[in-house]
Every structure is written in structure tokens, then in C-alpha cells.
Design a protein around this ligand. Structure first.
Ligand SMILES: [Zn+2]
Length: 81
């Protein structure tokens, strides 16, 4: 009934799962956006809302972050020497 209830692990069906608060690929914002959830039983990570893998979301998220950083870099240090 509680809001934000997470789906059980898609790999082992365990309900001993938790929301990931921080990841190397997304900081604190990425896992929040993707409802990134990890199973304490088998360490599978997935989307706690849809029960699907977050791999595609992580790739897209990483590419967007990379593009933004790349753009900012050229805005501030652009090749107009
Ligand atoms: Zn599991």
C-alpha cells in the first residue's frame, strides 16, 4: 500500500531489495530517475517500478551526462584561442 513500493527481484523473486541512493554512473540523480533498485540476496540491479533491467537507461543516462560535460567543457575552454 505504501507509496514507492518496490517490485520484488526479477532474478530471484526476493523482496529484500532497496533503492540505490548513489551509483558511480549517475551520482545521486541517476538512480533516482531510473528507480534503481538492488536485491540484497543476489545483488541484481533493476528498475523498481517496472521490474526491468536498467542497463539501457544507464547507457542513455551516461551518454547524456557525457554530452553535457563535453559541451560545457567547450563552452568554457573552447578552441577560440
Ligand atoms: Zn535477487
Amino acid at each position: 500500500m505504501a507509496a514507492g513500493t518496490l517490485l520484488p527481484c526479477p532474478n530471484c523473486q526476493s523482496t529484500a531489495v532497496y533503492s540505490v541512493k548513489f551509483t558511480w554512473w549517475g551520482g545521486v540523480l541517476g538512480p533516482k530517475m531510473l528507480n534503481h533498485t538492488q536485491c540484497t540476496n543476489c545483488n541484481t540491479t533493476y528498475n523498481g517500478k517496472t521490474g526491468k533491467s536498467n542497463t539501457q537507461g544507464i547507457v542513455v543516462y551516461s551518454l547524456v551526462i557525457f554530452a553535457v560535460v563535453f559541451l560545457l567543457y567547450f563552452l568554457f575552454f573552447g578552441g577560440l584561442t
